[in-house]
Design a protein around this ligand. Structure first.
Ligand code: GRF
Length: 212
């Protein structure tokens, strides 16, 4: 069975969704860069090992990343899952986990990389917004995409209501991406492209505003 470690920094709702998803893999540990991350307590309640590598204890990013990768590698994970992990990682760290580290981002990448994605989507008046799971590369929030989910943006949406609808989809697609990875149905090839053996269907279009 494949093994994963999950990296968090805060609330941990994606992590919690993964713990509840009965994934076909072993969650070896949840690691946080902050001792006060709420998600740590949730992980403990699920009987998952937790570790803290406080970024503030290290003089620079490279030293922190070296310490973090030593802890991560101690669990010998097949995949490293970033779930609201709020530190920018060095290229060395990212390359070390090439094809084995994934992230979830609350926008339809490549739109709205970075912070405040929901506010920016509302400001621009886009009608469709969403979330993305991607392999992590040194190009922040621009790694090869594995799966995305789209939601309608409603005229009365606030950043909070929109975030809540997107978050619900994050919880679905992150578990799905990990199922595919663990089943070796999705991977990153040597050219940096996502390869999938999954059957594909066009599905139905999401049109917003809805025309009914
Ligand atoms: C999520 O919106 C995720 O996409 C982003 O940070 C947020 C983390 O939320 N990277 P949580 O800690 O999983 O609740």
């Amino acid at each position: 069975m494949k093994k994963i470690v999950i990296l968090i920094s805060g609330r941990g709702s994606n992590m919690q969704a993964l713990l509840s998803a009965k994934l076909p893999c072993r969650i070896a540990a949840v690691i946080s860069n902050r001792a006060d991350a709420q998600g740590l307590e949730i992980a403990r309640q699920h009987g998952i090992a937790t570790r803290v590598v406080e970024h503030r204890d290290y003089a620079d990013r490279a030293l922190f990343d070296t310490a973090l990768s030593a802890v991560v590698d101690g669990y010998q994970p097949d995949f490293v899952v970033l779930a609201g992990f709020m530190r920018i990682l060095t290229s060395e760290f990212v390359e070390h986990y090439r094809g084995r580290m994934i992230n979830i981002h609350p926008s339809l990448l490549p739109a709205y990389a970075g912070m405040n994605t929901h506010e920016r989507a509302l400001h621009d008046g886009v009608k469709i917004h969403g979330c993305s799971v991607h392999f992590v590369t040194p190009d922040l929030d621009h790694g090869p995409l594995i799966i995305q989910a789209a939601v309608s943006v409603l005229s009365h949406d606030t950043a909070q209501t929109l975030a809540a609808r997107v978050l619900k989809e994050e919880h679905h697609i992150y578990a799905q991406a990990i199922r595919w990875l663990c089943a070796e149905q999705v991977s990153l090839n040597a050219e940096g492209k996502v390869v999938s053996s999954r059957p594909q269907h066009p599905g139905s279009a999401l049109i917003a505003p809805n025309m009914e």
